[in-house]
Design a protein around this ligand. Sequence first.
Ligand SMILES: Nc1ncnc2c1ncn2[C@@H]1O[C@H](COP(=O)(O)OP(=O)(O)OP(=O)(O)O)[C@@H](O)[C@H]1O
Ligand SMILES: [Mg+2]
Length: 388
Amino acid sequence: MNEPPKMNEPIIVIDDDETMRRACRAALRRTGYQVETYADGPSGLKRIEEVRPGVLIVDLKMPGMSGMEVIAQLKAMDTDTVIVVITGFATVGTAVEAMKAGAYDFIPKPFTAEELRAIIARAVERYHLSTEAKRLRAEKEHQTRKFITFVSHQLQSPLGAVRQYLDVMLHQMGDDTPVKQREWIDRSRRKIGLMLEIIADWLTLSKVEGGQLATERTLVRWQDLVVKTLDGLEISAQEKQVTLRNEVPDGLPAVVGDESALRMLLANLVNNAIKYNRDGGRVTVAAKASSVDQTVALSVSDTGVGIAPEQQPHVFEEFYRVKNGSTEGTSGTGMGLPICKKIAEELDGRITLSSEPGRGSTFTVVLPRDPKEKTPDEHGEVPQLGGA
Ligand SMILES: Nc1ncnc2c1ncn2[C@@H]1O[C@H](COP(=O)(O)OP(=O)(O)OP(=O)(O)O)[C@@H](O)[C@H]1O
Ligand SMILES: [Mg+2]
């Protein structure tokens, strides 16, 4: 027999038949693989989630959860596990179904140890091929991103210089300059401004990814950041006749984070809430501390267009913009929310969205809070027995 391909990840066998489990274990142990066996779908799937096996061998016909259900649940997980199904006599039809659902191969009962080993050797090869392909894709993506970052960096200063020259030209234009000329220069200046914004966003994104952006861990007061951010965005809000409301309570505990990263996050959320609002709408920033999981949740709500449920998971993806009336005529590249998400995650927090089309959206950022500080209500709590 040829040397079987090596694999560090275990092989998991799910079969309700004890003899079958024992036979698989015996046949495969000799090849040096780690083999674990389970008698039913739920316990096997639980283990699959924990160990991410290289290969799963699953019996299609089992009481309770069927092999097909196991396959369906495995496919919903983010794993490269290669599936081999065990089929009984005269169930070739089901084997075909299983392969359509994502199984790689099948082995009909009864089978010899030799047959099982041959099929598993192929499945292991297949596993290596798909993980290698995944690694190469990730590497390619990484190189592409590095290149874009490099080019963006290189473009930043010449574009900045051109914008400055255009600024000077605009200022020096006398009253005798034709209106058209002035307009062209002004338009060029704006276009360059947009390009610089895209570049700045991209560079911010790669900084957060590289762990170079949210680097500080100090106590940050949302109260202060909210006041400053709302002040800074008052003019754009007025242009849309949007009212900005600050409902962050005074006694809110500080969060543990990086102030400049959090300022950027908040500005992005409030900016969106204004940009995708209706004329005359409202933006409300509120916050609440939780003593259950020691966090502070800050929310930015608007009365704008909202986001349809099927679009919601995508708005945190790079360059994604919802295609409806809301983004027409508003400038943007779809990098704001991915930046927010990465900042929140970098700071051991998370960002969530709830939205109702036509009524508005609420983005909530949950971050770890200062463990020492209590809210006014928490001060009133009954002291714990046995405390100091
Ligand atoms: N408050 C909101 N209400 C409705 N839609 C929103 C809201 N915030 C974001 N969106 C939708 O999500 C998309 C992605 O938002 P994101 O902030 O990432 O990008 P952007 O605003 O288009 O551009 P950028 O922030 O890079 O200037 C937006 O294009 C918009 O379609
Ligand atoms: Mg945005």
